[in-house]
Design a binder for this molecule. Structure first.
Ligand SMILES: Cc1cn([C@H]2C[C@H](O)[C@@H](COP(=O)(O)OP(=O)(O)OP(=O)(O)O)O2)c(=O)[nH]c1=O
Length: 195
């Protein structure tokens, strides 16, 4: 029997986080578009995209499964939304901006129950402080390839942890899914978990 839970994501980080808590699920990357709409707040943005990603997969006719999870992660610095860098130059600009200061990582999640039509969604924020980074460190970090597909051009679960002097809030939220909040929402929608 196919798994009833579907992760609508191409992110290996999200897959690993759900595996970490013992869940069995299908992984189907979403094809939802990721544009910022004029006037929407960062919180509204990540929640909308999370819902779009989950709904896009849930609405496909040939897909089995009952519950669909979508998520989106952005970095907020100086009220500016920093997504995934388009190239190495942009990665360097982002890392220089984050150097020596605090930023916010905002992840949205959405869980949709296709059987009952019920859904839960929310934006969760984590505060992260970076120590000062030299240009040499930034260039060496970019050369590792790690920043390429990460919001804010770093990975807290990788080498990027060396830049983090302090964090306040959920760690898994920075990696890509706020597991504490998400699992509460999953329970409310009837998904059985070990705890
Ligand atoms: C800040 C940070 C982000 N990230 C990653 C998580 C996400 O994969 C990515 C943000 O991009 P997203 O657009 O949220 O996700 P995605 O395109 O990788 O996958 P999908 O839309 O299919 O779910 O940044 C880390 O892995 N570690 C970090 O420390």
């Amino acid at each position: 029997m196919e798994e009833q839970l579907v992760l609508a994501s191409a992110s290996p980080r999200r897959r690993e986080l759900l595996q970490q808590i013992g869940l069995k699920f299908q992984v189907i990357p979403s094809r939802a578009e990721e544009h910022i709409l004029p006037g929407e707040t960062p919180e509204e943005h990540v929640v909308r995209l999370s819902l779009d990603k989950a709904n896009e997969v849930a609405n496909r006719k040939n897909i089995s499964g009952r519950w669909f999870i979508g998520s989106d992660t952005i970095v907020l610095c100086d009220t500016q939304i920093l997504g995934k860098p388009e190239d190495e130059t942009q990665a360097a600009t982002i890392l220089k901006q984050l150097s020596g200061r605090e930023h916010q990582v905002l992840s949205g999640y959405a869980v949709i129950d296709r059987q009952t039509g019920k859904q839960r969604s929310e934006a969760v924020s984590t505060r992260v402080w970076f120590r000062h980074l030299t240009d040499q460190e930034i260039n060496a970090y970019i050369a590792t390839g790690e920043p390429a597909d990460k919001a804010g051009a770093y990975a807290i679960q990788g080498l990027g942890i060396c830049f983090v002097s302090k964090i306040e809030g959920s760690y898994t939220n920075v990696v890509g899914l706020p597991l504490c909040r998400l699992t509460l929402a999953m329970k409310e929608l009837g998904i059985s978990l070990l705890i």
